[in-house]
Design a protein around this ligand. Structure first.
Ligand code: NCD
Length: 319
């Protein structure tokens, strides 16, 4: 099985075996890195032909961008980056489609794109003659985030089937939740949601999830509690959230961590706004794996980029 030349727009683009090959390569990278602080020696042939990863970020990003860049450099590959929109020809009126096609015309070996989710851009990306990775598409999906979240969950619960994953907060506008749901359902995981009525997800895929109105009850139910950021930048003018009421009901802090079973874990894709979705005091709780998610994101992205670029790796055992 080879993923060379393939693109990754959504979870369902890959079969169960293909997804598992990404997880095992990421875990292999992590194990090797943990032992020797490097992974670049794993490449069967030294990466002598420069492999160049093009990155186009049309929406803000810290961890997704930085983890792709670190992954690329850890493997000894190279990257070109377009992100500061004001300094590009987008500010002169060039369209996003033209911008992406221009970067693709520089013939990178793979393209990583974050964009607002427009159908036009999506169509353009699907036609490009090189592997493309979705690094977040509007409200729609964020499949590499779902992979790194699942890797983090699986490190804690090797048998994920039958586990209970709870999403707290703004599920309606969360692309992270959409991609997670797709992956979790395919793995036989139970999903629950605890959010205010107006932030409940509406799509058909969400119809059969467990709904909670009380955070204490919801946290007691779950094996994984994933707190989501309030996506204010996507709400438009019409939604006026009473933040005092929101934090009173849905914010997780160190005290509320007592509601989470001892063996359960707390995740957050990041970023969070301190005092809104989360209080920073949760970070000192050993069940809070927010920083581990970031580290795993680097290994997941290294695995994905190397697989799509057809780069072989030594000592890999597919399970
Ligand atoms: C998320 C995103 O951009 O969708 N961040 C990330 O990539 N880790 C979540 C968010 O912005 O709330």
């Amino acid at each position: 099985m080879s993923l060379a030349g393939r693109s990754f727009f959504r979870i369902r683009d890959f079969s169960r075996e293909e997804l598992d090959s990404v997880f095992s390569r990421a875990q292999h990278f992590k194990n090797v890195y943990t032992q020797g602080r490097q992974i670049n020696h794993l490449f069967a042939q030294p990466v002598s032909k420069p492999t160049i990863v093009g990155m186009v970020f049309l929406e803000p990003s810290t961890r997704t961008r930085m983890s792709f860049e670190t992954a690329v450099k850890r493997m000894g590959l190279q990257s070109i980056f377009l992100g500061d929109v004001a300094s590009t020809s987008l500010s002169k009126g060039e369209s996003e489609v033209d911008t992406i096609e221009t970067v693709a015309s520089l013939l990178p070996d793979c393209l990583v794109v974050r964009f607002g989710g427009s159908a036009q851009v999506q169509r353009c990306l699907e036609k490009l003659p090189l592997p493309v990775i979705n690094a977040g598409s509007g409200q729609d999906g964020h499949p590499t985030q779902a992979l790194l979240d699942f890797m983090t969950m699986q490190e804690r619960f090797p048998q994920m089937e039958g586990q209970r994953v709870l999403f707290v907060g703004d599920v309606l506008y969360s692309r992270v939740a959409n991609s997670n749901l797709e992956l979790l359902k395919s793995k036989g995981v139970k999903v629950g949601v605890c959010s205010p009525e107006f932030l409940l997800p509406k799509g058909e895929a969400w119809q059969d999830v467990e709904l909670f109105t009380d955070l204490k009850e919801a946290m007691a139910w779950c094996s994984v509690c994933m707190v989501l950021r309030v996506q204010q930048e996507r709400h438009g003018q019409t939604m006026n959230i009473d933040m005092d009421e929101y934090t009173e009901k849905y914010r997780v802090d160190a005290q509320r961590m007592n509601w989470l079973p001892e063996e359960s874990i707390l995740l957050n894709p990041g970023p969070y706004v301190d005092g809104i979705e989360l209080m920073s005091d949760v970070l000192s709780d050993s069940r809070c794996l927010i920083r581990t998610q970031v580290t795993n994101g680097m290994f997941i992205r290294a695995a994905l980029v190397s697989l799509l670029c057809g780069i072989e790796v030594k000592g890999e055992q597919f399970v």
